[in-house]
Structure formats: structure tokens, C-alpha cells
Design a binder for this molecule. Structure first.
Ligand SMILES: Nc1ncnc2c1ncn2[C@@H]1O[C@H](COP(=O)(O)OP(=O)(O)O)[C@@H](O)[C@H]1O
Ligand SMILES: [Mg+2]
Length: 290
């Protein structure tokens, strides 16, 4: 059986894990580089042409992720679906997980708890809101990962500086209440209808962000039922079968922070011993066209 995986970087550690797991399950996993594809609509028929691969032979495809070719990737995913290739995540899922505000809108609409969050182009409106909020406040780039686009304003002067910078860059201003759990959150790795691995993350000393990419560490945990159900529901709402869900908790209870559609898992393997790659391949096999 041939299964595709959308990725421009077959050499990455992550991809090597998938390729190894696929080989063990007698699957030929073929990396599809979106930059090597062309979408055809000829006589109303969908075809994805590729410089080397014949996608019509693929039984299903995994979303391996590529931030650079957005929004072409959305067209590619719709086109693959148009060809009848079952996907672990379609265009809607990619859009909703890529954009942190769209994620929170979707999960909040379905009744899951999220931190108070505001989005505006207006610096005046953003500052007016921040004036009412308890400091510090969190300001994020809408589309970012690994803790890189996440900032904190500890006082109004800093808030003015950061929002002014965003304004100068013509960016939307995403503001969020600071959840009182500095540097601590939970990551749930969902595959299909199961949380296959979970960890509590703690940021490095003095750091308020829990991301392993910026020096945090993980601790293996069994999520309580509430967090586990929140993670599974998030996957369902976002229409993706594979997702890494970040959950933060304060005295009010757990809240969804964001969802990652191509979650890295080096940290999960290192800190919990759980490698989700075989489960991902099993899932791709289970949705394959017969
Ligand atoms: N509103 C918040 N309150 C407290 N900590 C936060 C908040 N938002 C983010 N963080 C911290 O920053 C980290 C990165 O934020 P996140 O929204 O997950 O973006 P990224 O895509 O960069 O991982 C989180 O894991 C968490 O530790
Ligand atoms: Mg995160």
C-alpha cells in the first residue's frame, strides 16, 4: 500500500520516524513536496500532477505540514480530496489550526473553555482593552509556533510598544489574558480517537513559556478525564485526526491554548518514551480507500 505524506523535508527526524514506522508495517510512505505539484482541472476532473509521483495510486495521505506554501496547501488538500484520497486533515483543519484565533473561535463555539482573547487591527481598541485587563497580558502573532511569536507586556508602556510594533508591521493585534500558570502547561498528542501520549511541560527557570523549543522540559502524565476529553473534542471540532493540543490550567480549570496540526514529537519521545509514529501510520492505513 502507498501512503502519501505532505512534506518538503523528508530528511527531518520526524519524517524519518514515519518512514521507519511505515516500513515496519509494510507501507510505502511517499513524501509529497507541495512545491513539486501542479493542480489540474481538465474537463472538470481533478488531478494532482507531480514531478515524480503518481498520486492516483495513493491509498491515503498524512498532513506532514509545510508553512511556506500557504495558501496553496489548502488548494492542494481540496484537490487531493477531489481525487478521492482520504486525508488525516483537510483544508479546513489546516486553516483553523494554523491561525490561533480561528482555533479558539472554533473550540469556544463548541463550548470548550478558552482564555479571554481579543483580536483587532486597531491599536486604540487593543490598548483600551489592555487598560481594563490585569497585567501582564499576552500578545501573540496569529500564525506562529515554538513559542517564538508569543510575547508578554508587563505594563501599559510595554503594551504600547508591542502593539505599536505590530501596527507598524501591519499585523493584527491578538491579546490574551495571562493565565496564572507561569511556564506550565499540558500537551496532548491525539491520533484518531485516542490520546496516544501526553506530557506536562515546564519552562526553563524564569521562563513563562512551556515550549520545549525554548528550553522547557516534559514530564510523562496520564491526563485526567476532563483534559483528555477536551483534547479529543478539539481534534473533532477542528476536523483533524492528528493534532497536538496545548492545555493550560488555573484555578478556574483547564483551557485550550492552541492546536498544532503537525506536532513535533521529539520532546514526547525524549520525556515520555512514547513514539506516536506507528500509531499515525496505523491511522493512515485505517482511513485508506479500499
Ligand atoms: N495566555 C497565556 N497565559 C499564560 N501562558 C501562556 C499564554 N499563552 C501562551 N502561554 C505560554 O506560552 C507558550 C506558547 O504559547 P502557544 O499559544 O502555545 O504558542 P506556540 O505556537 O508558540 O507554542 C505556551 O505553551 C504557554 O506556556
Ligand atoms: Mg504551543
Amino acid at each position: 500500500m502507498r501512503i502519501g505524506i505532505l512534506s518538503s523535508n523528508p530528511e527531518s527526524w520526524r519524517m524519518q520516524q514515519f518512514i521507519k514506522a511505515a516500513r515496519k508495517q509494510h507501507i510505502r510512505l511517499c513524501p509529497i513536496d507541495p512545491f513539486e505539484t501542479k493542480l489540474e482541472l481538465r474537463d472538470g476532473k481533478f488531478r494532482v500532477a507531480h514531478t515524480e509521483l503518481d498520486l492516483s495510486t495513493f491509498a491515503s495521505s498524512i498532513h506532514g505540514g509545510n508553512r511556506r506554501c500557504f495558501p496553496y496547501i489548502l488548494h492542494l488538500l481540496d484537490h487531493m480530496e477531489g481525487m478521492g484520497i482520504p486525508l488525516t486533515a483537510g483544508a479546513v483543519a489546516v486553516w483553523k489550526t494554523r491561525n490561533k484565533f480561528a482555533t479558539l473561535q472554533a473550540v469556544a463555539q463548541a463550548g470548550l473553555p478558552v482564555p479571554d482573547t481579543f483580536l483587532t487591527y486597531s491599536q486604540d481598541l487593543a490598548l483600551l482593552e489592555m487598560n481594563r485587563m490585569r497585567m501582564p497580558v499576552v500578545i501573540k502573532l496569529l500564525e506562529s509556533s515554538s513559542g517564538k511569536g508569543v510575547m508578554m507586556a508587563e505594563n501599559f508602556v510595554e503594551a504600547e510598544g508591542l502593539t505599536g510594533t505590530l501596527k507598524a508591521l501591519d499585523q493584527l493585534i491578538f491579546t490574551q489574558e495571562f493565565v496564572n500558570s507561569p511556564g506550565v502547561d499540558y500537551r496532548a498528542f491525539v491520533v484518531g480517537d485516542e490520546v496516544v501520549g501526553a506530557m506536562k511541560r515546564k519552562g526553563r527557570k524564569g521562563m513563562w513559556k512551556a515550549n520545549i523549543a525554548v528550553g522547557g522540559r516534559g514530564y510523562k502524565v496520564n491526563l485526567d478525564t476532563e483534559k483528555e476529553e477536551m483534547a479529543l473534542k478539539t481534534a473533532e471540532i477542528l476536523e483533524t485526526k492528528i493534532v497536538g493540543v496545548d492545555i493550560i490550567e488555573d484555578k478556574r480549570g483547564p483551557m485550550i491554548l492552541e492546536a498544532n496540526i503537525t506536532p513535533g514529537f521529539e520532546g514526547l519521545v525524549k520525556y515520555t518514551g512514547v513514539n506516536p509514529a506507528p500509531k499515525v501510520i496505523e491511522l493512515a492505513k485505517s482511513i485508506a480507500k479500499k
